[in-house]
Write a protein that binds this ligand. Structure first.
Ligand code: MSP
Length: 511
């Protein structure tokens, strides 16, 4: 089966922060897990480079928009390998192939009769690149997201007849209650649609940094439609000489943040319907990473560049490694909810869970095989009760990740990590080792522990891939397929010694 997963594409007019890393990591966990299940996976991320905010940012810096995006896009492109993200392609919406495909699809929408010419008059937030309804603008005419003044715009636009899709969208939500996940976001999308849809601008005519409208050269497409279409256009040119559209379209999961719900759960499916294209299977909406600001009352706010309360993912990776960051983001904030992050909590979880629970389990298990059996795993059958409990993690994790419950799945794995640690304490191999008559028991305990450790490591791979590869390398068992992840499976032979998986970080003293 094919599995296509996407992240939002990132605006290039600011530097990446942990909030951006977050959706990349989440989508990467899904992609890696599905590869372990033997699915045919395509994983896309990229940058959103057109539109008024970019044009304005370039103007402020005395650059052309092209110079600005060429300077900034690599900051996001470089973030992916730093985080060990396994994306199959990185799209930039300024790619000529993307632009040509956007023109093709939107010309079809035009030909299909879903576009008309008119004048837009209303409220607009330059920071969201979003037109706001009167209700959203409220009496104070402030952006509900940024709390900054909205601009009154009047311009010639072509409109997309979104209102005509209201019934089709409601029918979609009726028929596919898991189209938008989690449930409270589904309800939000439904309420928005039920409150009545207005037609939306499809084009802009007051600036030129965008995809030209083929039927009217005075216009460029509104950046959101250009951006949303990245999910579709990328497949047509990601692999040179091959069009992957038939193989991967439609996507299984769009992973997005809650601030862009309306675009992905209302505009996007309507646009696809208008173009006659199949719809994505799920839109998963995650919450915000929040962080206290440095003010006196240390208010908990959305992490964002403009608020100045950002964690720099590059620095965390530098100090602790990508795996620790990946783990922390998925563990400490329940995926789908808002949650506070902090360097203090990060340090606590690094020490207590990664270094102690998992790192020590691996170190002491391997050390005991060396101490008591000369580094060769005894060919004994594992403890059946323990094996059953550990092996059930594979089905549990698969079932949870089918619902993109990334935090729940990690919790299911951690219960097994803790189970294995308890098993060490219960069986006390160091006591068995003192009694020759109990050599077979010691063999069984060591085989159970190494076998269990291997299963846990394999299912954990999507979250902390580099660490798991190091551990499995030491066990001389690099196979990652979930099919073979059973405590009994295979015979492990000689194993290597292992340096601590999560050592104490060497941090530069704070100046
Ligand atoms: N370019 C649009 C998306 C177009 S997708 C067709 C955009 N870009 S963005 O750079 O502003 O945001 C990208 C993603 O980062 C969004 O999903 C947004 O929710 C997410 N985050 C930005 N700050 C965040 C947090 N503090 N916490 C979690 N995610 C947040 O929107």
């Amino acid at each position: 089966m094919s599995f296509y997963v996407t992240t939002p594409i990132y605006y290039v007019n600011a530097a990446p922060h942990l909030g951006h890393a977050y959706s990349m990591i989440a989508a990467d966990v899904l992609a890696r897990h599905m590869r372990q299940r033997g699915e045919d996976v395509f994983f896309l991320t990229g940058t959103d480079e057109h539109g008024e905010p970019v044009a304005l940012a370039a103007e402020r810096e005395g650059l052309t928009p092209r110079e600005l995006v060429d300077r900034n896009a690599p900051r996001f492109k470089d973030l992916a390998p730093k985080l060990n993200i396994s994306n199959d392609f990185f799209i930039r919406t300024s790619d000529p192939e993307h632009m040509a495909k956007v023109q093709e699809v939107l010309a079809r929408v035009h030909e299909n009769g879903h576009v008309y010419e008119g004048v837009y008059e209303g409220w607009y937030c330059p920071r969201c690149a979003d037109f706001k309804t009167e209700a959203e603008a409220g009496e104070d005419h402030l952006c509900p997201i940024h709390r900054t003044a909205l601009v009154r715009e009047k311009e010639d636009n072509y409109f997309f007849r979104l209102s005509a899709f209201q019934d089709d969208l409601l029918e979609l939500l009726d028929e596919q209650p898991d189209f938008v996940m989690p449930k409270h976001r589904y309800n939000e999308a439904r309420t928005f649609i039920e409150s009545g849809l207005q037609d939306v601008s499809l084009t802009r005519s007051t600036f030129t940094w965008g995809v030209p409208v083929p039927w009217d050269p005075d216009h460029v497409f509104y950046v959101w439609f250009d951006a949303l279409l990245n999910y579709y256009t990328a497949l047509s040119y990601a692999k040179p000489g091959e069009d992957l559209t038939d193989r991967f379209w439609p996507p299984q999961f769009h992973v997005i943040g809650k601030d862009i719900l309306k675009f992905h759960t209302v505009f996007w499916p309507a646009m696809l319907m208008a173009a006659g294209l199949p719809l994505p299977r799920h839109v998963f909406v995650h919450g915000f990473l929040l962080m206290r600001d440095s003010g006196e009352d240390a208010e908990l706010l959305k992490m964002s560049k403009s608020m100045g309360n950002v964690l720099d993912p590059f620095q965390i990776v530098e100090d602790f490694g990508a795996d620790a960051l990946r783990y922390y983001c998925m563990r400490d904030v329940s995926f789908g909810q808002d949650g506070e992050v902090s360097t203090a909590r990060f340090a606590v979880l690094y020490e207590s869970e990664l270094a102690n629970d998992f790192g020590n389990l691996a170190s002491r298990t391997i050390a005991m095989v060396h101490r008591y059996r000369g580094g060769t795993v005894p060919p004994a059958e594992p403890d059946p009760d323990l094996a059953a409990e550990i092996d059930a993690v594979v089905a549990d994790v698969s079932e949870l990740l089918d619902r993109a419950d990334l935090t729940g799945a990690l919790d299911a794995i951690w219960q097994r990590v803790r189970r294995l640690n308890r098993y060490v304490e219960e069986q006390a191999p160091w006591v068995l080792a003192r009694d020759d008559a109990r050599a077979a028991d010691l063999d069984r305990v060591l085989a159970s522990l190494i076998g269990g450790l291997r299963v846990v490591a394999v299912v954990l791979h999507p979250w902390i891939p580099a660490t798991v590869e190091r551990l499995l390398g030491a066990l001389d068992a690099p196979e990652l397929a979930l099919e073979g992840a059973r405590t009994q499976a295979g015979r492990l032979g000689r194993i290597a010694k292992l340096e601590p998986l999560f050592p104490k970080p060497q941090l530069d003293p704070v100046a």
